[in-house]
Design a protein around this ligand. Structure first.
Ligand SMILES: Cc1cc2nc3c(=O)[nH]c(=O)nc-3n(C[C@H](O)[C@H](O)[C@H](O)COP(=O)(O)OP(=O)(O)OC[C@H]3O[C@@H](n4cnc5c(N)ncnc54)[C@H](O)[C@@H]3O)c2cc1C
Length: 576
């Protein structure tokens, strides 16, 4: 057994994990565990921007940002958290600037800002420029900047360590993690006073997704198996503009810079549905507009996609502000966006749900907000909840830096006073059994076949629209996938970089996520934000202005509700 002891361990080296690490670096003995080399984290793929009401190019206020966040999230947002997000966004972006992040600039030398869906001036009057950006590679610049800071401050990076288990004491304190070192196949126990999960999202549950291969929900599924609840899992965002059939993202920045969606008749249909914001309505709505156009036969050539038209934008603007995403259209579809429209369809993009936390990043175990001592989460893995039922574009990157920073600061104060909790007597027991089982089983079900079955049914039955019938059909398929998974077998029985093994482990985590999504979606008999039930098309604030909590128990999944925190903005009908 390989044993390590730290004051704090952070699992995940994306924007959230690195921002937390930087708060503690040099002040405590900390480690960052990542299954990837840190700059390969999905944060590096973020394109369009990071929001903050800097007001650099036109008037803006954090209160407007807060309102847009709450309305964009269909009033399921906890408003105390949205208050923190929009206020602290300003300082967090300036902190990134001071760390050296190369933002695009206005002619006067300030950070430039662009339009993004759902971000408005004066509480909904029209679009505002709030997204700070570095061309369409904002995330790349963030991850590089934060990683450099981590190196500078001598953070201990345990790269290519795959999380296998999260450990708790008998009285419910979090006390460490168990990992698999990819290079050697060795199992490690990492003992710590405080543990943070910052493992990002789980878009790979779906067939068409913008997410990287690593987006498999490991960091939320593992504590879920140990009794920690997941919140609001039924809210999974489909981004309107993924490249057709591939799902690779074509950033909303393209519409922020003036791009237009057109149906098979060439009509710019979005303003028919959303007269004020048109193409810049929030993502849940634009994805549904596309779904409806396609269903009513107005897709391109009657097929299941529409066009994103950038051909009226100046070639210079495209080269300067949208170089990467237009490059994707050229490389993967052979389409030249300067002259021809790009085929697009909604793509699985972002998990609004995840591990429930308070505004200090502490994971909570129930509807009464009882904190699990020593256990933290931030970023896409967490649900604080600032995104409610639907996240606005550019609000994730700012969530990472604001709540990653807060969680890191809170962890630092926690570890200063906390004792090191005891480990369970055989900390690797569960992890070792799981790995040995997979490594020694001679034959059985193929992980790739099961994964495909899961991804297809989730895409067909649990995506932009759902109803009780489609959800129950999906549940039956996922139940079958779960049963078959007990007999999954792999070909590689070796120790070194056994990706066959880690892919099988990841599939297990995705099955947990899929089950939680379906359970939450069946429970919630209303339509709100990204969760649209054809059999319950209206929002129902009387019964459903509440977060959902799902628990894994020995008897199966159990569901509960948690009140939404409303401070100033009373729920209203959402019009754009
Ligand atoms: C293509 C794309 C474009 C986007 N553009 C924008 C944008 O312009 N603006 C915006 O606000 N948002 C954007 N988003 C969303 C945003 O980028 C993500 O929500 C955010 O980056 C997630 O960051 P994170 O720190 O939570 O996790 P990630 O950056 O996803 O990092 C996860 C980390 O966890 C580690 N990890 C995962 N599982 C394990 C395991 N089992 N063991 C060990 N380590 C593990 C990984 O190695 C990685 O280091 C975009 C997303 C995508 C996919």
């Amino acid at each position: 057994m390989s044993y390590h002891r730290f004051d704090a361990v952070i699992v995940g080296a994306g924007g959230a994990g690195l921002m937390a690490a930087i708060q503690m670096a040099g002040k405590a003995n900390i480690a960052v565990v990542s299954k990837l080399y840190p700059p390969r984290s999905h944060t590096g793929a973020a394109q369009g921007g990071i929001s903050a009401a800097l007001g650099n190019t036109e008037e803006d206020h954090w209160q407007w940002h807060m309102f847009d966040t709450v309305k964009g999230g269909d009033y399921l947002v906890d408003q105390d958290a949205a208050d923190v997000l929009s206020r602290e966004a300003i300082d967090a972006v300036l902190e990134l600037e001071h760390m050296g992040l190369p933002f695009n600039r206005t002619p006067e030398g300030r950070i430039d800002q662009r339009r993004f869906g759902g971000h408005t001036r004066n509480f909904g009057e029209g679009p505002v420029r709030r997204a700070c950006y570095a061309a369409d590679r904002t995330g790349h610049m963030i991850i590089q900047t934060l990683y450099q800071q981590g190196i500078k401050h001598n953070v201990n990076f345990l790269d290519e360590h795959h999380l296998l288990d999260v450990l708790f004491t008998d009285d419910g304190r979090c006390c460490g993690v168990v990992t698999l070192e990819m290079k050697t196949g060795e199992i490690h126990t990492i003992h710590a006073k405080a543990i943070m999960i910052a493992t990002g999202g789980f878009g790979r549950v779906y067939k068409i997704t913008s997410n990287a291969l690593a987006g498999t929900g490991d960091g939320i599924a593992i504590p879920f198996r140990r009794g920690v609840p997941l919140m609001d899992m039924e809210f999974y965002q489909f981004h309107p503009t993924g490249l057709y059939k591939l799902g690779i993202l074509l950033s909303e920045a393209a519409r922020g810079e003036g791009g237009i969606l057109r149906n098979g008749d060439g009509e710019a249909f979005a303003s028919r549905y959303a007269p004020t914001l048109g193409d810049l309505a929030p993502r849940d709505m634009v994805s549904r507009f596309i779904h409806q156009e396609v269903r009513e036969g107005r897709g391109i050539d009657g097929k299941d996609y529409v066009h994103l038209d950038l051909s009226h934008l100046s070639p210079e603007l495209i080269d300067e502000k949208l170089p990467d995403v237009t490059g994707f259209a050229r490389t993967y579809l052979g389409v030249e966006p300067k002259t021809d429209p790009v085929p697009i369809q909604p793509t699985a993009h972002y998990a609004m749900g995840g591990l429930p936390t308070d505004v200090e990043g502490r994971v909570i175990r129930d509807a009464k907000n009882t904190v699990i001592p020593g256990f933290y989460s931030a970023g896409e893995a967490a649900c604080v909840s600032v995104h409610g039922a639907n996240r606005l574009g550019t609000n994730s990157l700012v969530d990472l830096v604001v709540f990653g920073r807060r969680a890191g600061k809170h962890m630092l104060s926690f570890i200063e006073s906390a004792e090191l909790p005891p480990l369970p007597s055989d900390p690797e027991l569960v992890a070792r059994a799981q790995v040995n089982d997979l490594l020694t089983r001679p034959n059985g079900e193929r992980a790739a076949t099961l994964r495909q079955a899961m991804q297809e049914v989730m895409m067909d039955k649990v995506s932009v629209v759902r109803d009780a019938t489609s959800l129950n059909e999906a549940k039956a398929v996922i139940d079958g996938v779960r049963r078959a998974y007990h007999h999954v077998a792999i070909d590689d029985h070796g120790k070194t970089f056994n990706t066959d093994l880690t892919e099988a482990l990841e599939l297990g985590c995705m099955i947990d996520c899929a089950e939680a999504i379906i359970e939450g979606a069946l429970l919630r008999q209303e339509s709100r934000g990204a969760h649209y039930r054809e059999d319950f098309q209206a929002r129902d604030d009387v019964n459903w202005l509440a977060h959902s909590l799902v628990y894994r128990t020995s008897g199966g999944l159990e569901l509960g509700k948690k009140p939404v925190t409303i401070t100033i903005f009373e729920p209203k009908e959402r019009k754009y």
